[in-house]
Design a protein around this ligand. Structure first.
Ligand SMILES: [Zn+2]
Length: 194
């Protein structure tokens, strides 16, 4: 069975030293560099926000990063400004290999829309049309964009594995990573630990 790999948001701002660093996020880079050549297709996602993106605390006067507010009735975690399009922070980690990447999937590109998931655009349709039914997913961060991408992949009917060893999480509240993994498992994904 043809299997595609989705590498979620291994970007400078999500790695140590970045604007929204995921603890030990850079540890995923050598793992993906080793994994990529063994897949039939590799998709790399990038958070790619306009400077006034709705998810930035700075876009909401009086609000601070990591607060949660309601936007159109839905909870939205507010973040430090991160992954602004065409900045170095939005770039992929410099050590991530590029030669095996088949598609770059940019998300969060509209000012008023949060998109944690890689499947907010045409990705599912492309993968299906090319005969992919099985996906492996890892990256940053376990409890946000990986979680959303995995749940959407399952809902779209893909046989989905989470490469837990190739994920790192934010853990804004204790237990967030474990809860996210359990949600993904309950959603139909297989968790792969090694
Ligand atoms: Zn973002």
């Amino acid at each position: 069975m043809k299997r595609a790999l989705i590498v979620v948001d291994v970007q400078n701002d999500f790695c140590p030293g970045g604007a929204l660093a995921v603890p030990r996020g850079d540890e995923t880079v050598p793992i993906f560099n080793r994994l990529m050549p063994s897949y039939d297709f590799v998709v790399v996602t990038q958070d790619w926000h306009p400077p006034d993106h709705i998810s930035f605390a700075a876009s909401h006067p009086g609000r601070k990063p990591f607060e949660t507010i309601l936007i159109n009735g839905r909870p939205q975690t507010l973040w430090p400004v991160h992954c602004v399009r065409d900045t170095s922070g939005a770039g992929l980690h410099p050590a991530l290999r590029r030669d095996a990447i088949g598609r770059y999937e940019k998300k969060g590109i509209e000012p008023e829309t949060e998109s944690y998931s890689a499947f907010s655009g045409s990705l599912a349709a492309q993968l299906r049309s090319e005969g992919f039914r099985a996906l492996d997913i890892g990256g940053l961060a376990t409890d946000y964009c990986v979680r959303a991408t995995v749940l959407d992949a399952c809902a779209a009917g893909f046989t989905t594995r989470v490469l837990v060893y190739a994920c790192r999480g934010i853990e804004a509240a204790p237990g967030d990573i474990a809860r996210a993994l359990e949600e993904m498992r309950a959603g139909g994904a297989v968790l792969v630990h090694a």
